[in-house]
Design a protein around this ligand. Sequence first.
Ligand SMILES: *Cc1c(COP(=O)(O)O)cnc(C)c1O
Length: 392
Amino acid sequence: MANVSNKSATNPYGWIAQSLQTLHRANWYRQVKPIDGKGGAVITIDGKRCLNFASNDYLGLAGDPRLAAAAAAAVTTYGTGSTGSRLLSGQRPIHRQLEQAIAQLKGTEDAIVFSSGYLANLGTLAALIDHRDLVIADGYNHSSLQMGARLSGATVAVYDHNDLNQLQQHLVTKRAQYRRCLLVTDSVFSMDGDLCSLPEILDLADQWDAMVMVDEAHGTGVLGASGGGAVEYLGCRHRPMVQVGTLSKALGSLGGYVTGSADLIDFLRNRTATWIYTTGLSPADAAAARAAIAILTQSPELLIQLTENAHYLRKSLDQLHVQRLPSESPIVCIQVKDAATVLALGQHLQQQGIFASAVRPPTVPTSRLRMTVMATHTQADIDRLITAIRSF
Ligand SMILES: *Cc1c(COP(=O)(O)O)cnc(C)c1O
């Protein structure tokens, strides 16, 4: 056999090193930055204390002793692993308790929890639609929604970010050629901080016999009088739709969920590959998320503080006259002209003891400094961030 192979062939893995070089040249190369201890408004990086404006832990619950205690108790009661698919040996009472708590928070009939938000989105899209169907999606949708739409095999039509005229145009020109139609959008756009026009999207869906799937990853526990998300904040709780989200952001744990009608959830339990063919969420993660929902419900002051802090950051940036992207959430971005400049700004802030994300293409179309505020930041923390930005 030896003389059959081509010994002069180049290394078939050589392209990987070349590809890495290209990433370095474009300033697109990324590296992990370990945080020494717990997350929170103040963290330690390389032994140095830092103010943290780069976390999704909006309510500061990921380091909360009440979540840790709930997780520890669940490990003692149920063990560390759930040991199987939810449909086989992986179901514990804590899973149903969590799903009921999510449905109650969201004002829906039922909910189903996944091992991550990413898996919830992939699996739900692939279960709801196939090659006979049409997905109409916002151009800024999260990676998991884009990948899920592709995985489903449906035809995908994309509209420019928040451009409802284009959305409608897709409906006019394409809807009739397909069986089902699904309009898909983030509720709070994760890299920008602005919201989708949910009431109008739901109206268009009604008019065109389409379903709506909305991703509340950055909305749940963040917006709405009871933390029910952008759906609550925008007054759409009573309307039928498919809501997805994560337990890993404001709820301080890990996992994803889908919530909606009892039929929808029952269908997903039967048809969603990323739920059926994977191990059930760990008891510790489920218990921590359930404890977070209980705290959110019992302590409305957390949500009020978060809203005030987000308002204070936006107002302070506007007084600096920096170019800021529109935002109605704790995600606040300032525009920076290119990848190299935003990296330099990020490093400058880190030298001043401030951690914020320099976000670059291909994650986003234009480079920006992305800051997220938490309920546990003080006004003095935000003032320090502003001073550091001003000194760049
Ligand atoms: C973070 C995020 C997800 C993924 O959630 P995970 O639980 O972290 O996998 C999905 N959609 C959006 C909009 C997100 O921001």
